[in-house]
Design a protein around this ligand. Structure first.
Ligand SMILES: NC(=O)c1ccc[n+]([C@@H]2O[C@H](COP(=O)([O-])OP(=O)(O)OC[C@H]3O[C@@H](n4cnc5c(N)ncnc54)[C@H](O)[C@@H]3O)[C@@H](O)[C@H]2O)c1
Length: 219
């Protein structure tokens, strides 16, 4: 059962995943190689918790509990050494993800699940750098994580049913809904977004509306 989550990468997605996980009762360690990114992430999370209390979305005890669940580090060793689930949310670069998975595989407990928040890439290829491809999976969250209900779960060729069940349970504890998507580039949502983006370019080219008005019409 997952109790401790290591979030790797403290940018837009990592900080949102850390916030949501901590508020959902998981112990969370957020790791980033950059001290500035860690400071920004901590500031974002603490501000969001404060505003959520002020607006009545959460109780002040929930905020205190979430703060108690959170820790921050620049060292991947520290983040993953006692984790049950790593969620990698570093940059969308295959080499980087492979390197992070390789390190996490060496440092994390044998039972730990290694998940990537990739928007488009192959979880099979990322998992191939590890000795536990059955425990690797993709969990595709959306921005802003605390408001977006969906997580796409994508299994690699060797991902086990148990791994998929466990990440679905984690998603449920976070109050999210999951869809299982087969391993195709861009999955469902990023693929659809590309289509919409291309159509916006076509409309601009044809003179349907200005870029600003196309954006405004769709927002
Ligand atoms: N932004 C979105 O809307 C969105 C939505 C879904 C999925 N994603 C995916 O999530 C991932 C992260 O995207 P983002 O928008 O949060 O990026 P981001 O640029 O906001 O943050 C990335 C963070 O990763 C850190 N980082 C870089 N190398 C690292 C390493 N070796 N170890 C630890 N941290 C490292 C950077 O310092 C940075 O803080 C990408 O794979 C992206 O495709 C993004």
């Amino acid at each position: 059962m997952v109790k401790q989550i290591a979030v790797i990468g403290g940018g837009t997605m990592g900080r949102g995943i850390a916030y949501t996980a901590a508020l959902s009762g998981f112990e969370v360690t957020l790791q980033d190689i950059s001290n500035e990114a860690i400071d920004r992430a901590q500031n974002y999370i603490e501000t969001l918790l404060k505003k959520s209390v002020e607006k009545g979305y959460i109780q002040s005890q929930q905020r205190e509990r979430a703060l108690g669940n959170l820790s921050y580090t620049t060292q991947i060793e520290e983040a993953v050494r006692k984790t049950d689930l790593m969620i990698e949310a570093a940059l969308e670069k295959m080499d980087l993800k492979i390197e992070i998975f390789k390190q996490a595989d060496e440092l994390a407990p044998a039972h730990a699940i290694l998940a990537t928040n990739t928007s488009t890439m192959s979880p099979t290829e990322i998992a191939a750098s590890t000795k536990r491809p059955d425990r690797c999976v993709a969990m595709h969250f959306f921005n802003p994580v605390h408001r977006m209900k969906l997580i796409e779960v994508i299994r690699g060729l060797d991902t086990s049913d148990v791994t998929v069940d466990e990440v679905k349970q984690v998603a449920e504890q976070m109050g999210k809904e999951t869809v299982e998507v087969n391993e195709f580039p861009g999955f469902v949502t990023s693929r659809m977004n590309c289509l919409i983006g291309n159509e916006a370019m076509n409309m601009l080219m044809e003179g349907v509306a200005s870029a600003e008005d196309i954006d405004k019409a769709l927002n």
